[in-house]
Write a protein that binds this ligand. Structure first.
Ligand code: PHE
Ligand code: ZN
Length: 871
């Protein structure tokens, strides 16, 4: 633990900044052993602050302060105080220039926050609180400043020197060095500052904005990856066009740059004019990148681009408002992806993530509202709740207001708050002002944590033709919030007749704890299709019969709900098998399900992408989330049983579908239709392999050897490795390694596939992989592949009854915490869910959390997660 116990920060304590920084001029001398930073800040008193206060700047205790002066006068040690990440100067004029020289050691920065080196290039990561690791500054998002940055470095090692804005001057310096000065005309908070220095290659293109301005587009990467940048470039241009067309937003600088770095804690970062990306979210090439990764690149490129308005031009007042930019921007990128690809499939994928991981977060010890009330370490709040649930909240506003009013609200929000640092409340107020609606109850979505539950029952009166839906809502307690008030939410629904004809479709608005909705003139008892398109992030209970679900699966006009009906049925049948397994009774596979699936497999008119979604069983993680008490083994056994049963019962259909999709796919292209064909083909291959029969092993081997793209090759590899065909699996792994050992991202997949192999001996395998030259514990992508792959994807083995998986993870966390606290705290998540398991595992997991808690010197990041988990 740091010198003192880490302490919490509260939303209710917010105070406007006492000082403003109008201009910030930075000069970086980048060297092999160190970096020298000279910062000149034009500071003046903030007229909006309550009272005059001493100047307080934030700066990490690790950075060396070499010189400090005010208006040219050097301060001595007694003029200021430095402690606990702060520098306080009591006596300053109302307006002055502060100059500060700091010395940093970027080469030794393993936390990857602030200024650090990634594979020989210098780069920065300042969100949320990284700028204070570079220099002393009021490092908070409501202090916005105009930045000018000069970089000086060796010309041969670092020919490319980048920062935010536009380059305005450059030249050579002594000793083989050179310099470039960048000016960013747009005031921005320090978290959006960035620099990059390295020997980088680039692809270049340009874009003409709607109003006719020319923008240079540049994507930089290491030279070896130059052939993997085209997809990102196309995605960027599509995103720029989309934001003009759908939101009326244009880009506002002459250059837009993206840089790919291999060492990065998160996915990507929206620094003004200079996005920095994890290589995994920008590089794409058919031979080395899967379809899923192609789509992720498209989504993340768009996400970071969209931040230019929702995040940069209008930013957050404080970090409690993080969802202001993240929730809105995730909603924007989801809609973009939906427009570029299949809307229904995108929705299914997003809802699956929400239900699996966000619902689990909501039910765990770190549960927090979309706008948290307090935090110890803000890095721990870049969560599924803030991002994905936050996006669902924006989506509900879109549904409640309708697309036109929503667009008006977004226009008003951007216009009213351009250049400001604002709150989620300001966002909702703009929506209120354009619609004339009172959204005060709706605001509870921002302040209450937990997943609400809707209970729906119905009544039909054949004589009067009157049908009633009775809806009640509740929300379980979460840490610090015992009682919840009812939410305001849109419940999109329809009524179907027995033969599948739609009788009506509507969006109901829920505001009360209990409400009744009446429908007149209904000719016969209808089947309700509820929560269409997942119109609110809730759990919905309605006592569907199997027959009703099968009918909806066949006929619902809402594609999402067709899928959801199938999921409900699969979940129900899987839960029955889980119980049977626990009682030691034989498991069964329902014939009605087999028949329904056969119908879907034989129907050649259906969209392959959709069929692939319909025929995928809910994951073990999702079944775990739904369980009262998680029995990992029972869930695994039940799912394996069902998968094998469906594989064998429909073997000829799977083969026919495999062949049909294979014949239909031409040369590789990452468009939605081809992706759909490949996903159905590889799902069919999964079931064929699951039959356990040799001929299909040969089919997979052939696909592995002959495919021209990573999607098919990797699918074949992982299916064989995860099957009972151990020898062939090992053989393919070796071949894959020899083929791709020079491709770091492909090797991450190779690590992840092995880490998630649930066959006995898994822990020994991951331990030995952690010593493999392809693994590098300093690289977050490799940690996520190996440790995340084992603890998050290999549930049976991570939860081995002897607790060995838990000890292994805790050992890693303790080791990583000294190196990279952010990543350590994230990898810890699986252990935080200990209360959800049966007593034996629960105790073993808790023991490891306690062991970490008892360790001296935990980072604030890990301390927060561990201490809250133990409550
Ligand atoms: N703001 C980034 C995004 O979502 C995520 C991020 C957070 C990256 C913190 C790095 C550090 O777009
Ligand atoms: Zn974001």
């Amino acid at each position: 633990m740091s010198a003192q116990q880490p302490h919490a920060i509260y939303l209710e304590d917010y105070q406007p900044p006492a000082w403003r920084v109008e201009r910030t001029a930075l000069r970086f001398e980048l060297e092999e052993e160190q970096a020298l930073v000279r910062a000149q800040l034009s500071i003046s008193i903030n007229p909006e602050a309550g009272s005059r206060q001493a100047l307080e700047l934030l700066g990490d205790d690790e950075i060396e302060l070499q010189r400090l002066s005010i208006d040219g006068e050097v301060l001595c040690a007694s003029d200021y105080a430095r402690a606990d990440g702060r520098l306080v100067i009591p006596n300053v004029p109302d307006s002055f220039t502060l100059e500060c020289v700091t010395r940093l050691l970027p080469q030794q920065n393993t936390a990857l926050e602030g200024l650090y080196k990634s594979d020989g290039m210098f780069c920065t990561q300042c969100e949320a609180e990284g700028f204070r690791r570079i220099t002393f500054f009021p490092d908070r998002p409501d202090v916005m400043s105009v930045f000018t940055t000069t970089l000086v470095a060796d010309k041969t090692r670092y020919p490319v020197l980048l920062s935010n804005g536009n380059p305005v001057a450059s030249g050579d310096a002594d000793g083989g060095r050179h310099w470039v000065t960048w000016e960013d005309p747009w005031p921005k908070p320090s978290y959006l500052f960035a620099l990059v220095a390295g020997d980088l290659a680039l692809v270049e293109d340009h874009y003409t904005t709607a109003s006719g301005r020319e923008v240079a587009l540049r994507i930089y990467a290491e030279r070896k990856d130059l052939d993997k940048l085209d997809h990102a470039m196309v995605s960027l241009k599509n995103a720029m066009r989309w934001d003009e067309q759908v939101y009326g937003r244009e880009y506002d600088l002459d250059i837009y740059m993206i840089v790919a770095v291999d060492f990065f804690n998160m996915g990507a970062m929206e620094n003004k004019g200079l996005n920095i990306f994890n290589t995994s979210c920008v590089l794409a090439h058919p031979q080395t990148t899967t379809d899923a990764a192609f789509q992720r690149v498209e989504a993340v490129v768009a996400h970071e681009y969209f931040h230019n308005w929702s995040g940069n031009r209008v930013t957050c007042r404080d970090w409690f408002q993080l969802s202001l930019k993240e929730g809105f921007t995730v909603f924007r990128d989801a809609e973009f992806s939906a427009d570029m690809n299949s809307r229904t499939v995108k929705r299914i994928e997003d809802v699956t993530l929400l239900r699996t991981a966000q619902f689990a977060e909501d039910a765990g010890p770190m549960a927090h509202p979309v706008r948290p009330e307090s935090y110890i370490e803000i890095s721990n709040f870049y969560t599924l709740t803030v991002y994905e649930k936050g996006a669902e909240v924006v989506r509900m506003l879109h549904t409640l207001l309708g697309p036109e009013l929503f667009r008006k609200g977004s226009d008003l929000y951007f216009e009213r708050h351009d250049g400001q640092a604002v709150t989620t409340d300001d966002f909702v107020r703009a929506m209120e002002d354009v619609s004339g609606r009172d959204l005060s109850q709706f605001r509870r979505w921002y302040s209450q944590a937990g997943t609400p539950r809707l209970n729906v029952s119905d009544q039909y009166d054949a004589e009067t033709g009157c049908y009633e839906l009775h809806v009640s809502q509740s929300c379980p307690p979460s840490p610090g919030q015992e009682h919840k008030l009812p939410y305001h939410l849109p419940l999109a629904m329809g009524l179907l007749a027995d033969d599948g004809t739609e009788l009506c479709s509507r969006v109901l608005e829920l505001t009360e704890e209990e409400q009744v909705f009446r429908f007149e003139g209904i000719p016969s008892r209808p089947v309700p299709s509820l929560l269409r398109g997942f119109s609110a992030p809730v759990k919905l209970d309605y006592a569907y019969t199997d027959q009703q679900l099968l009918m909806l699966l066949r006929h619902d006009t809402d594609g999402f709900n067709r899928w959801d009906a199938g999921q409900r049925l699969s979940v129900r049948l899987l839960q029955q098998q889980t119980e049977a397994w626990c009682r030691g009774e034989p498991m069964q596979c329902e014939q009605a399900l087999v028949d329904a699936w056969r119908g879907l497999l034989r129907d050649e008119n259906l969209d392959p992408a959709m069929v692939a979604q319909l025929l995928r069983l809910p994951s073990e993680a999702q079944l775990s989330e739904l369980a009262d008490e998680i029995d990992v083994i029972a869930i695994h056994e039940a799912r394996e049983f069902m998968r094998t049963a469906l594989a064998r019962a429909l073997e000829s259909e799977w083969l026919a579908v495999y062949q049909r999709c294979d014949a239909a796919s031409g040369t590789y292209s990452p468009d939605a239709a081809s992706i759909g064909l490949r996903s159905l083909k590889n799902l069919a291959l999964e079931y064929l392999i699951a039959t356990g029969r040799e001929p299909w092993l040969e089919l997979a081997r052939q696909q592995f050897e002959q495919s021209d793209n990573m999607t098919d090759q990797q699918a074949a590899l992982s299916l064989v490795v995860h099957s009972g065909f151990r020898e062939v699996g090992a053989e393919l792994l070796e071949a894959f390694y020899l083929q791709w050992q020079h491709e770091s991202l492909v090797m991450n997949q190779w690590l992840a596939i092995q880490a998630s192999d649930s066959a006995p001996g898994a822990l020994e395998r991951v331990v030995s992989l952690s010593r493999h030259p392809m693994f590098d514990m300093r690289n977050p992508n490799k940690l996520r592949a190996l440790i995340g792959g084992f603890c998050g994807q290999n549930l049976v083995q991570f939860h081995a009854e002897d607790g060995s998986g838990y000890t292994w993870l805790a050992d890693w966390i303790l080791k990583l915490d000294r190196q990279n606290p952010q990543v350590a705290a994230r990898l810890l998540t699986p252990l935080t869910r200990w209360k959800r398991y049966e007593p034996v595992r629960r105790a073993l997991m808790r023991d490891q959390l306690q062991r970490m808690m008892d360790t001296a010197e935990l980072s604030a990041d890990v301390y927060e997660v561990v201490s809250k988990s133990l409550v």
